[in-house]
Design a protein around this ligand. Structure first.
Ligand code: ZN
Length: 63
């Protein structure tokens, strides 16, 4: 699967965060990705492979 992510992309993960939220925003790209939980604001760092495994789908931009 060829998934790419850009800064600011909204994504939904297969498994929700412990806070109950499953929507995240990509806040850093590069060798590692950082995604921010939109429910609690926590930031998690993932490798590109880890991110691809976790993502269920990308969400349309808000607005
Ligand atoms: Zn959270």
């Amino acid at each position: 699967m060829a998934l790419t992510f850009s800064l600011g992309d909204m994504i939904e993960t297969k498994k929700p965060h412990p806070c109950g939220g499953s929507k995240w925003q990509v806040v850093r790209t590069g060798a590692d990705y950082k995604i921010k939980c939109l429910t609690c604001g926590r930031i998690v760092m993932l490798t590109p492979d880890e991110l691809k495994k976790r993502v269920k789908r990308t969400l349309p931009a808000e607005g």
